[in-house]
Write a protein that binds this ligand. Structure first.
Ligand SMILES: CCCCCCCCCCC/C=C/C(=O)SCCNC(=O)CCNC(=O)[C@H](O)C(C)(C)COP(=O)(O)OP(=O)(O)OC[C@H]1O[C@@H](n2cnc3c(N)ncnc32)[C@H](O)[C@@H]1OP(=O)(O)O
Ligand SMILES: NC(=O)C1=CN([C@@H]2O[C@H](COP(=O)(O)OP(=O)(O)OC[C@H]3O[C@@H](n4cnc5c(N)ncnc54)[C@H](OP(=O)(O)O)[C@@H]3O)[C@@H](O)[C@H]2O)C=CC1
Length: 280
């Protein structure tokens, strides 16, 4: 499916949310140049939010900004590598100066490479931990600091992966995201007095650009990943992110919402290919 068709599908899809749900609110979405982050950013924009997207590649952000402009909506695309703390601080300064302090933070930036865990190099492990644990932490801590300093409430949604069952081929990312779950649960308590809610969405296999890093033999088996025998769509994950970010979740904090078509209950996913041992 071409980018234009994909974006139109997201823009025109039915949603249960009312069109002014985020009117007057500002949202910052990391990983907003593609996949789940992009779908979430566009959905938030449809619901009236001022939206800033970030990611490392300015051209990807520009394409989303241009699409929104073609629909009469202003999005802002500010490039940053969110695993660099200094860049996160600079990003928040720019967002506040040019758009306004976000009310909502969606952390969708992340990624890993598939490899049997026994082969991980220290550098590879560190890259994935940095890209998924440190980056999300830097973004959420800065948001909380700014909300504390300005005495404003806020809501954070961290997009993670399913951590409650084996996910062969991506042990590094599961470890990093389990760290985010732990941090989320803990700061949900520490930050409740600041009027900050924080939750996670754990997508199952989702048909995004990100799946391009997986080998053909893994992709061939993707239909076995869950009882619905299909990947989720970025918009299906986006709807869950919006639910948790919005007042629909006003009494929910420190939670993980799994959106995986039942993949936690049944399914097989061999992201680095299926070892012979598991063939019968
Ligand atoms: C069973 C049913 C359960 C239901 C639930 C299912 C849930 C499924 C969830 C799992 C599927 C997840 C999917 C997604 O997340 S899609 C979105 C993913 N997007 C990406 O992954 C982006 C692509 N990846 C990357 O950009 C990079 O891999 C990464 C960001 C992680 C690292 O980039 P960085 O630039 O920091 O690092 P380098 O490229 O310089 O590499 C550093 C070292 O890392 C090692 N490495 C890197 N790539 C590989 C590789 N392909 N294979 C092996 N090792 C690799 C290596 O040591 C690098 O150092 P050197 O280059 O010096 O060797
Ligand atoms: N698709 C799936 O099946 C699943 C995805 N997830 C998770 O959901 C999230 C979104 O993934 P998805 O949309 O599918 O994949 P994408 O690869 O499309 O999205 C990831 C985005 O994150 C950005 N990004 C990555 N690293 C950084 C960084 N250091 N700083 C800033 N931006 C960064 C990328 O942009 P750029 O490269 O330009 O920086 C990219 O736009 C990820 O955390 C992913 O691991 C979880 C479970 C399943």
């Amino acid at each position: 499916m071409s980018d234009a068709v994909l974006l139109d599908a997201i823009w025109n899809a039915d949603t249960v949310y009312r069109p002014d749900l985020f009117a007057g609110k500002t949202a910052l979405v990391s990983g907003g140049g593609s996949g789940i982050g992009r779908a979430t950013a566009l959905l938030l924009a449809r619901l009236g939010a001022r939206v800033v997207i970030t990611g490392r590649t300015q051209e990807k952000l520009d394409r989303v900004v241009a699409y929104a402009a073609s629909r009469g909506v202003t999005l802002h695309g500010f490039a940053a590598n969110v695993r660099e703390h200094e860049q996160v601080l600079a990003l928040y300064e720019r967002v506040e100066a040019e758009v306004g302090l976000p009310d909502v933070l969606i952390n969708s930036a992340g990624g890993q490479f598939p490899q049997p865990a026994i082969e991980f190099s220290p550098k590879g492990w560190n890259a994935v931990v940095s890209n998924n644990l440190n980056s999300t932490w830097f973004m959420m801590q800065r948001a909380a600091q700014r909300w504390r300093d300005t005495q404003r409430p806020g809501s954070i949604v961290n997009v993670i992966v399913v951590t409650e069952r084996g996910m062969p081929g991506v042990a590094h990312t599961v470890a990093a995201r389990a760290g985010i779950v732990g941090a989320t649960r803990t700061v949900a308590v520490e930050w409740a007095p600041l009027n900050i809610r924080i939750n996670c969405v754990a997508p199952g296999l989702t048909a995004s650009e990100g799946l391009a890093v997986y080998p053909p033999e893994a992709v061939a088996e993707f239909p076995r990943a869950n009882p619905m025998k299909r990947p989720g769509t970025p918009l299906e994950i986006a709807q869950a992110c919006v639910f948790l970010a919005a007042p629909s979740a006003s009494f929910i904090t420190g939670e993980v919402l799994t959106v995986d078509g039942g993949g936690k209950l049944w399914g097989e996913l061999w992201l680095a290919g299926r070892p012979d041992y598991y063939r019968d």
